[in-house]
Design a protein around this ligand. Structure first.
Ligand code: NI
Length: 256
């Protein structure tokens, strides 16, 4: 069930059955020579939609813009400031919380969203914690699809060190499965691995500015080899992630 394809009466009766909502969140940014600019939004949206086919759960509108300032020197990238994303997340949650929603599960497709979205959660909790009278705060979770354990094992087993950190074969493969008519037939240059030290220093997309970023990664990949991507892998990854997501979402709803 998708919020934007429902009527207000349908949401009213959904709220009698569940107070949870699943929200895909991504980014609109370059994804290397053969990756779609919408990859980070396409992946969590496709995973959440697949999970929603198998269970009575509500999927909210995808947040397609994230924080990606480091990719702004690549045309097509649109970035929110971290402070803007925080406000968007707070307003999204508080709008629905005011109507009775209580559990907000964000399925994330972009590392750069981790810090601002978690900071937004803390802002929301802070408003409740400061109140003299006890009030029930909405609860939020942020999970990136690649941290789901079986999905993570699968992508490592398919691509090992060629998975890399950005424009990864696993995300490109899922987008290929979701949009086969948009598979790009382009030849990629040689694979350039990045060091463990680089990955540690820039974890969670903690990159420097956009000029520096384009100079370091001229074709937009970070240590990945997305020439390995194919829609068959994409289907396996998507179905594995959707099954794990369903379990993880249900556990979140059931938490004390
Ligand atoms: Ni991505």
């Amino acid at each position: 069930m998708h919020l934007h394809l429902s009527t207000r009466q349908e949401i009213e009766s959904y709220l009698l059955r569940s107070q949870g909502i699943l929200i895909p969140i991504g980014s609109t940014e370059q994804h290397g020579p053969n990756g779609l600019i919408g990859t980070d939004s396409i992946c969590p949206t496709a995973i959440a939609s697949h999970a929603a086919l198998q269970a009575d759960l509500l999927v909210g509108p995808t947040l397609t813009l994230g924080t990606a300032q480091f990719n702004l020197k690549f045309p097509g990238t649109i970035s929110l400031r971290p402070s803007t994303l925080m406000r968007v997340v707070e307003d999204y949650v508080q709008s629905l919380a005011s109507q009775g929603f209580q559990r907000f599960y964000f399925l994330n497709g972009h590392g750069g969203n981790l810090a601002p979205v978690r900071a937004a959660f803390q802002e929301i909790y802070m408003q409740h914690s400061l109140r003299v009278q006890e009030s029930l705060s909405p609860r939020c979770r942020l999970r990136s699809w690649w941290e789901l354990p079986e999905t993570n094992t699968l992508r490592q087993s398919l691509y090992a060190e060629r998975e890399g950190a950005h424009a990864t074969p696993s995300e490109v493969a899922m987008a290929q499965y979701a949009f086969p008519e948009h598979i790009k037939d382009v030849s990629l240059g040689a694979w350039h691995p990045v060091s463990l030290e680089y990955l540690r220093n820039h974890a969670g997309d903690d990159h420097f500015d956009a000029t520096d970023h384009r100079r370091r990664h001229p074709d937009g990949r970070i240590g990945s080899d997305p020439s390995l991507a194919n829609p068959v892998d994409g289907q396996r990854l998507l179905e594995t992630a959707a099954a794990e997501l369903l379990q993880d979402y249900r556990a979140f709803l059931a938490e004390e």
